[in-house]
Design a binder for this molecule. Structure first.
Ligand SMILES: [Zn+2]
Length: 287
């Protein structure tokens, strides 16, 4: 969705450069994409590649920055929760977080001395990480792996969902179903709705650290803050772990219903739109 909104706002030269890179440097045939339900747009297709290679590349932490939920600051450096990009550790895992990884990949994308293949993969990472950062649970953590270690009811669905999945796709899918629209027309609608409000203002286009803080604020206020009953905010050094958090949250018997959906859907739509404009601004400044 973020890629589709960005597409609506690319300059002619950026759109041509992006399409050329992606056409000339296809992904490996052996790669079996997890996300199949993708509109026929080269950027949308490229947007989920980073998740497909995450395990093999051992760079999972590049997709998020775990600012603890108890943090009350709303700005400042993220060094405490973000490793700089550096050589792989002895076990092969790569240090980094979403803000350092975005900066690193943007540099590769913008370096004409890099190979076309490397610049194209950098483009795939940039598209993906801008999207990830605008999902508040990629900027926040409550000892629960960014909401992954939770379980709650989603309306009347029989099986529980974790909060991370609810913010990755459940809220958006419900919005699509309610409006009876395709992904492509949803993206176009969001663009029309928010273009005047966000495209040329409130963007902080070259400051991803600000975007991470924005996501963290949304997590405090709404993603966790609107849950009833509330999940306790874990204190520093709680180190409770995934199983304990999931058990704790399950015992609360939280249901995501109309009140939570109503509180969350506007900020979700706004985050998609902002991510699209920010991604477009990065690419327009690149090409
Ligand atoms: Zn990701």
């Amino acid at each position: 969705m973020v890629a589709l909104i960005a597409r609506e706002n690319l300059s002619k030269s950026a759109a041509a450069a992006v399409d050329k890179l992606l056409a000339e440097n296809p992904t490996a045939q052996s790669l079996n994409p997890y996300c199949k339900d993708v509109p026929a747009d080269s950027m949308a297709v490229a947007s989920t590649w980073a998740d497909d290679v995450r395990r093999g590349e051992k760079n999972g932490p590049w997709h998020y920055v775990d600012i603890p939920l108890y943090v009350t600051a709303t700005s400042g450096p993220l060094d405490k929760w973000c490793d700089p990009i550096g050589p792989a550790r002895p076990d092969g895992t790569k240090p980094g977080c979403v803000t350092s990884a975005l900066e690193y990949e943007l540099k590769i994308l913008r370096d004409p001395k890099q190979s076309g293949a490397d610049r194209t993969n950098a483009l795939r990472y940039v598209i993906h990480f801008v999207g990830d950062m605008h999902q508040p649970l990629h900027d926040s953590d409550n000892e629960d792996s960014g909401g992954n270690c939770t379980a709650m009811k989603f309306f009347d669905e029989p099986n529980p969902w974790n909060l991370h999945a609810i913010w990755d796709f459940k809220l958006i899918q419900k919005d699509l179903t309610t409006r009876k629209v395709t992904q492509t027309s949803y993206a176009k609608d969001l663009n029309v709705q928010f273009v005047a409000k966000f495209r040329d203002s409130h963007l902080d286009a070259s400051d991803p650290v600000k975007w991470a803080w924005e996501g963290h604020e949304l997590a405090v206020k709404t993603t966790y803050g609107a849950l009833r009953p509330a999940i306790a905010i874990e204190k520093e050094n709680a180190k409770t772990g995934c199983d304990a958090e999931r058990a704790k949250v399950t015992a609360l018997g939280i249901t995501i219903g109309d009140a939570y959906y109503d509180a969350s859907i506007t900020p979700t739509r706004e985050a998609l739109a902002k991510a699209g404009y920010r991604l477009a601004a990065l690419l327009n400044a690149t090409f």
